[in-house]
Design a protein around this ligand. Structure first.
Ligand code: SF4
Ligand code: SF4
Length: 214
């Protein structure tokens, strides 16, 4: 059987927050959720989108950390910051193109999703994927996704001239090969004026993706 991977299908998110609750209950991060439920453009749509660490192949958060506090495991999981090393400078918070790491002032440390490493390293699903009732968050094989969904799983993003590949996949309309995040979006995300990299999706695209709902 092929490797298990994490797939996000934004079109299936119903905004129930089960993923957030499940993540909060995990002891390894002190009752805080490491997955965030974002709204896209409240003026245009009620669609919500779960945002977790995408586990970049070449994580810029780790590259910009002056204290070498963010480690990547051999199988491509970018860990949260190491307490003895993190100096709370928030460089990683500013650098991440997906707006993932959060600086936690109460402990003067960055915290982020670590792919439920304690679970996934022994073949268990991450907590969020275990509870998601619409399977917007799914931990399974690529074959299973291709067999059961119409959306295409991709893990390549373009931010201006930079291409980022991630361990986590998102499901997009079949003709899409890369998610192009406009620089304008990126500036707004970093300025806190826009919650997510997720862009409003064309109505036809949503219709195409919704067709695979049971
Ligand atoms: S999504 Fe952000 S926090 Fe996660 S590995 Fe990539 S740069 Fe780091
Ligand atoms: S906040 Fe911590 S983990 Fe992030 S860049 Fe600074 S020292 Fe590194």
């Amino acid at each position: 059987m092929s490797e298990l991977a994490f797939f996000i299908d934004y079109s299936r998110c119903i905004g129930c927050r089960a993923c957030v609750q499940a993540c909060e209950e995990c002891d390894t991060h002190r009752g805080q959720s490491m997955i965030h439920l974002e709204t896209i453009e409240r003026r245009d749509t009620v669609q919500t989108a779960p945002q977790m660490c995408m586990h970049c192949e070449d994580p810029v958060c780790a590259r910009v950390c002056p204290a070498d506090a963010i480690k990547q495991t051999p199988d491509g999981v970018t860990q949260s910051s190491l307490k003895p090393r993190c100096i709370g400078c928030a460089n990683c918070v500013m650098a991440c193109p997906f707006g993932v790491p959060k600086y936690e002032a109460s402990i003067d440390q960055m915290m982020k999703c670590d792919y439920c490493f304690d679970r996934t390293s022994i073949g268990k699903k991450p907590m969020c994927a275990t509870v998601c009732p619409s399977q917007a968050l799914t931990f399974t094989t690529r074959e299973e996704i291709e067999r059961t969904r119409r959306g295409r799983p991709i893990n390549e993003w373009r931010f201006g001239n930079e291409v980022v590949r991630t361990k986590v996949f998102v499901l997009v309309p079949p003709a899409t090969t890369q998610v192009d995040v406009g620089l304008g979006d990126l500036v707004q995300i970093r300025a806190g004026k826009k919650a997510s990299h997720v862009r409003p999706v064309a109505k036809d695209d949503v219709a195409a993706l919704l067709e695979d709902l049971p």
